[in-house]
Design a protein around this ligand. Structure first.
Ligand SMILES: [Zn+2]
Length: 326
């Protein structure tokens, strides 16, 4: 570990609880700041150059401010209660730290659509009644309850098209970016929504959240209990957070493989409902709109791609389509 950081950790460990707390918050803010700078470089660099990012400096700064306030609202109580847990309950306090972290993550996923997302984007219902009726019938026929479908003004930040499912339980909804309507036909929009319904039908969000909870618990509790035993709380929490990226790096390929599997399952759901052809045509258009590669480097894909590339999805969709001719 860097000598300067180690000296600082030793110095801080000799300080008061207040100093330790401020030190932890400083680490969190420095990490978030560095991440945001890299993000700015990406959005105002290559993505702007290739016409993907359309964000203005004003909006970027506004987003940064809102994200900073949200981070402090979360980090201050989480850090405080983590330190109190470790100080009051010793080694067993690590179970409480892990529970706090996991509890917060579930709350974030549950309330993201209603509390956080509206701070950044505007959401509106689909204004095409006929399309809405067709989608509802499709969902009903597939035995899938579509609680809400919302259109998001993604075009104020990016020209890329996308769709997703977000939220848990009663707050679950399908979100379509408005940029999709620039390039997709009605039948292709239905196929994209059917893909998201496939995720809902197979409870992918809940399964993914449970897996992450297990990973986080293992990470926080076992490392805290067995490795950071006897280390001052502020230092132990700092070490845990500083090396968490490294831990996640080694898990990334396995998590990516799991999500790629989810994508194939959602595509198979679309095929089983008769929209495979429209999905393929939508994916081809999205590939062009988002400047994605048809087939990426296998090692890079193994590590980082959470979505299969176009050719891989095409092979799976054609493989599961009855009487496929190409
Ligand atoms: Zn998907």
């Amino acid at each position: 570990m860097d000598v300067a950081l180690l000296s600082l950790l030793v110095f801080i460990s000799l300080g008061s609880v207040g100093q330790n707390f401020l030190f932890l918050i400083a680490i969190i803010l420095i990490r978030a700041g560095a991440h945001r700078l890299l993000n700015a470089r990406q959005q105002f660099g290559p993505e702007k150059e290739y016409g993907r990012s359309v964000i203005t400096l004003n909006l970027f700064l506004k987003d940064t401010f809102t994200q900073g306030v949200l981070l402090l609202l979360v980090a201050l109580p989480l850090t405080y209660f983590s330190m109190i847990s470790l100080t009051s309950f010793g080694h067993e306090g690590w179970a409480l730290v892990a529970a706090l972290w996991i509890g917060f993550t579930f709350l974030h996923t549950r309330f993201y659509p209603t509390v956080i997302a509206p701070l950044f984007n505007q959401f509106s219902p689909l204004d095409d009644n006929q399309l809405q009726v067709e989608i509802s019938q499709r969902a009903e026929k597939a035995g899938c309850h579509l609680q809400a479908l919302q259109i998001m003004d993604g075009s104020k930040r990016s020209a890329n098209g996308n769709a997703r499912v977000e939220g848990l339980g009663g707050a679950k909804r399908v979100v379509l970016l408005d940029t999709l309507f620039d390039i997709l036909e009605k039948s292709e929009i239905i196929a994209v929504i059917a893909h998201e319904l496939g995720h809902i039908k197979q409870h992918h969000i809940a399964k993914y959240e449970l897996l992450l909870a297990l990973i986080r618990f293992t990470w926080v509790f076992t490392i805290g209990y067995f490795v950071l035993t006897g280390v001052a709380p502020a230092i132990a929490l700092s070490i845990l957070w500083l090396v968490s990226s490294l831990y996640m790096f080694f898990l990334t390929p396995w998590i990516s493989a799991l999500i790629r599997g989810y994508e194939h399952q959602a595509d198979a759901f679309v095929v089983s409902n008769g929209d495979g052809k429209a999905l393929l045509s939508a994916l081809a258009k999205l590939n062009v709109q988002n400047l994605a590669t048809l087939r990426s480097d296998p090692v890079y894909r193994f590590f980082f791609h959470s979505h299969p590339d176009y050719q891989e999805r095409e092979a799976h969709i054609l493989g599961t389509t009855p009487h496929a001719t190409s």
